[in-house]
Design a protein around this ligand. Structure first.
Ligand SMILES: NC(=O)c1ccc[n+]([C@@H]2O[C@H](COP(=O)([O-])OP(=O)(O)OC[C@H]3O[C@@H](n4cnc5c(N)ncnc54)[C@H](OP(=O)(O)O)[C@@H]3O)[C@@H](O)[C@H]2O)c1
Length: 243
């Protein structure tokens, strides 16, 4: 039975992923801050799918704890999915050093430092998969969300390099770029219905694509073409747009 480690397990997308992977007979390791809040979720998953589920305390920004966090996992996971993320408003990020750093540390620095440790282990074992949930926001900086977007752009570049490095070691690295998803992160935002996915749809896309060995997944698929158009707008025009 495969063991899948889900980082940021209290996220709505992660919750849907836990159901998808447990339904696919994977044993789950759920890692989150205040992980005791996931006791009921874990019990539900065990009863519903008859799989083992363990809970692990992790703050992704606490990089000093990453080595001991991973060392304590027994058995070592076959795959890892990074679903943790942080998005404040652009205004908050612009005005507050604390908010800027939190955005960079959750979305980029923390994820990179933890994945370095896991990637080295998978490299030695010559097997495994790594799924990183980045964002279409990382494709081009926009006035309305460029601090979060810049952190996600860094994470996307990191995953691309990791995929390139680990290809020869039989380790599959997949970058996920969701567009709009209806979750806690986007609560209160006025999202266009047709372009907005549910966490369940994103989780289904991720499981399916990970099993097929896809490198870069857009969810919903239409975002691949939306972003293709957006990245080709000339900078001289783009800077005048309100996006
Ligand atoms: N929703 C969208 O439209 C959208 C679009 C593109 C990409 N994404 C990405 O998709 C991923 C999942 O997000 P979501 O939409 O499911 O949002 P969500 O429900 O708000 O989940 C975000 C999760 O990240 C966790 N987190 C934040 N800081 C953390 C830390 N220091 N250590 C550990 N965990 C931490 C939060 O944990 P707590 O519960 O402890 O706060 C929360 O459970 C994120 O990477 C997000 O950036 C989302």
């Amino acid at each position: 039975m495969n063991t899948v480690l889900i980082i940021g397990a209290k996220s709505d997308i992660a919750h849907a992923l836990a159901h998808a992977y447990a339904g696919n007979h994977s044993r789950l390791m759920l890692a989150a801050r205040n992980v005791q809040e996931l006791h009921n979720v874990a019990s539900d998953l065990r009863i519903r799918y008859r799989v083992e589920v363990s809970l692990h305390e992790l703050d992704i920004t606490d990089t000093a704890s990453h080595e001991s966090f991973y060392a304590a996992l027994n058995p070592k996971p076959h795959g890892v999915i990074v679903a943790s993320g942080y998005m404040c408003t652009q205004q908050e990020a612009q005005q507050s050093l604390e908010q800027t750093l939190q955005s960079i540390h959750v979305n980029f620095t923390g994820a990179v430092c933890l994945l370095n440790i896991i990637a080295n282990d998978f490299d030695i074992r010559q097997s495994g998969f790594i799924v990183g949930i980045s964002s279409v926001a990382g494709e081009r900086g926009r006035a309305s969300n460029y601090i979060y977007g810049a952190a996600k752009a860094g994470f996307t570049a990191y995953l691309s390099g990791l995929r390139n490095r680990l290809y020869k070691s039989n380790v599959h690295v997949m970058t996920v770029k969701p567009g709009f998803v209806r979750t806690k992160m986007t609560a209160g935002l006025n999202l266009p219905e047709k372009l907005t996915a549910t966490p369940h749809e994103v989780a289904k896309d991720i499981l399916n694509a990970q099993q097929k060995g896809v490198d870069v997944l857009y969810s919903k698929w239409i975002w691949r073409y939306i972003m293709l158009a957006i990245i080709h707008i000339p900078e001289s025009l783009f800077k005048k747009m309100r996006l």
